[in-house]
Design a protein around this ligand. Sequence first.
Ligand code: ATP
Ligand code: MG
Length: 568
Amino acid sequence: MRTSNLLLATLRDAPADAEIASHRLMLRAGMVRQLAAGIYTWLPLGLRVLRKVETIVRAEMDRAGAQEVLMPGVQPAELWQESGRWDKYGPELLRLQDRHQRHFCLGPTHEEIITDLVRREVRSYRQLPVNFYQIQNKFRDEIRPRFGIMRAREFLMKDAYSFHLNQESLQETYDLMYRTYSRIFDRIGLDYCAVLADTGNIGGSRSHEFHVLADSGEDRIVLTGKGGYAANIELTPAPAAGARPAATAVMAKVATAGKHTIDEVCGLLNTTPDKCLKTLIVVGKDGSPVALVLRGDHELNRVKAESLPSVRTPLAFAGAEVVRTSLGCSVGSLGPRGLNIPLYVDNAAAGVADFVCGANEEGFHLTGVNWGRDLAEPQVTDLRNICADEAAPDGKPARIARGIEVGHIFQLGTKYSEAMKAHCLDEAGRAVTLIMGCYGIGVSRVVAAAIEQNHDERGIIWPASIAPFQVALVPINMHKSERLRAAVESLYQELTAAGIEVLVDDRRERPGVMFADMELLGIPHRLVFSERGLDAGTLEYRTRRDTEDRAVPVAEALSFLRAQLISV
Ligand code: ATP
Ligand code: MG
C-alpha cells in the first residue's frame, strides 16, 4: 500500500475530551472517527488492525471446534420476553418498533437468538456438544460511553454459545474456551490475566474474565501472586472485622454545620475516617429508600449491594431532594441511629466502637456512638471493596491492579434453555433441558487495550501480530531522484511478493513529517531510502522501539527483514 492510496488522516493533536492514550492515539493515527457518542467509523488503517484481531480470534475459535454463524443485529422482543430479559435488561437495551408497531431491540448479546435457533435445529444428543460463534456488532446504550471504542455503544464482539447434555460436558468446553482465550491473547501479545468474575446481566454461575493489565483500566482486580487468588474486586469477599472493642466514650451531639464530607467532619472533630461511619441511601426494590452503612475510609461495592434482597438492580442512589424530603436532612448529616428505613451495615462498620456518624438532623453529628448500646446491633453484611494489603480469600495480602476486560466466559446452566424450553432427547429418548455456556471477546476493545499497553510519547507501538503494516518504506526526496524511486519500487514489489505488508510513504513531505507519522502509526519496522544511502548501497533500518539506525545493504533487505519479522 502507498500512502498516496490510503486515507492517512493523522492529527497533530487529539481532541481535548480524549482522556486516555488509546483514545488519543486512535484519533491521532487516523484509525477511527466518532459519528455520535460511543459510535465510531473505522477508517482503513484502523480496520486493518481490527481485522487482524478478528482473524486471530476466528482461527483459534475454529481450531477449538466452534462453528461460525452470523446472527442478526435486530432481535424480536418476543424472544426477550420469553427469557424474561425484556423487562430486566434496563435502559442499556436499545428498543425500537417497526412500521407495524412490533417491538424489537438491537442485540447487546445473543443468548435468546441462539437458544431459539438451537431448540429448533438441534434434536438429538448425537449433535451435542455444540459451540456456535459469531463476530458481530453489538449495541449497548451505555450510560457513560467513553474512552473511544473502549466503551462504545456499538462495538464488535466475538460471542460464542455452547450447548450440552450435562455439566461435565459444559465444564470441558468451558475449560477449552479458557485455554483458547489464553492462546488468543498470547498470540496477540498482550499482558493479561484471567480472574474469577461476577455474571452480571448475562447470568449463570461460574465465570472468568480476561483482563489486560493497564493503569487506565476501569476494573479493579485482586491478585495475590503467581498461581494465587485472582478475581474481580466486585466479587472478592472483604475480610471479616475482628472483635469490636469495648465502648469507652459517652455519646454526644455536636454541631457540624457546613461540614458534609467525611474529611471535613474528621478535620473538625479531629478524628480519622476509619472511626466515622457513612450512610448511603440507595433505591430499594419497591422504590423506597434503603440505607447502606460503611466505614468512612471504605468504598461501596456495587455488585455486593445489588445482591441484597431489598435493593434495586441496577444500583441507584436516591437523589438529594428525595433524601431531604423523606429523611429530613441532607446526605452529609445522615447516620444509622434513629433512621427508620431498612439498614444494611458492612462488617467493618459494625466492628467500630465509639464512632462518629450523622445525627439525622441538618448540621449535626454524633460522636462516641456504640452499636448495641446507642442503637440496635446491626444487620451485618459484606458491602465494601477489599483494600490493598488486606487478606484475600487465600489468606495472602491482596494486590489491587487495574484491568481492561477483554473477554468473559460464563457457565450459564439452564437459565435460558429452561425459560425458552430448549430440550433435546438423550440416549434413552428422554427430553433433557440443555445446559449452556457463553463466551465473549470484545474484539474492538482489544485494539484499544493493545494500545494502552504498547505506546510511547511518539505514538503506537503495535505488537507484530496486529500491526496494520509490518514495514514502512520511507524515501527521502523521492520526487527529486528517479534512481531512488526505482529502488523503492523494486523493494516494495519484492517485499509484497514475499507476503510482507508494506506501507510506502510516497508523499512529498519533509523527512521529519514522514518519520513522525510512521511512528505515530506504530509500524514495527522502518527502512529509510536516501541518495546518500544508495551511494553506499545501503538503507537505514530501525524498529519502532529503537533509537538508532542500522545500515542494511540494499541487496539484502528482503532476507534481513524476513529474519527480523521472525525474531519479533
Ligand atoms: P463491562 O463490564 O466492561 O461493561 P460486560 O461485562 O458488560 O463488560 P460482556 O457482556 O461480558 O461485557 O461482553 C463481552 C465482552 O465485550 C467484554 O468482555 C468486553 O470486552 C466487551 N464489551 C462489553 N461492553 C463493551 C462496550 N461498551 N464497548 C466495547 N466493548 C465492550
Ligand atoms: Mg457492560
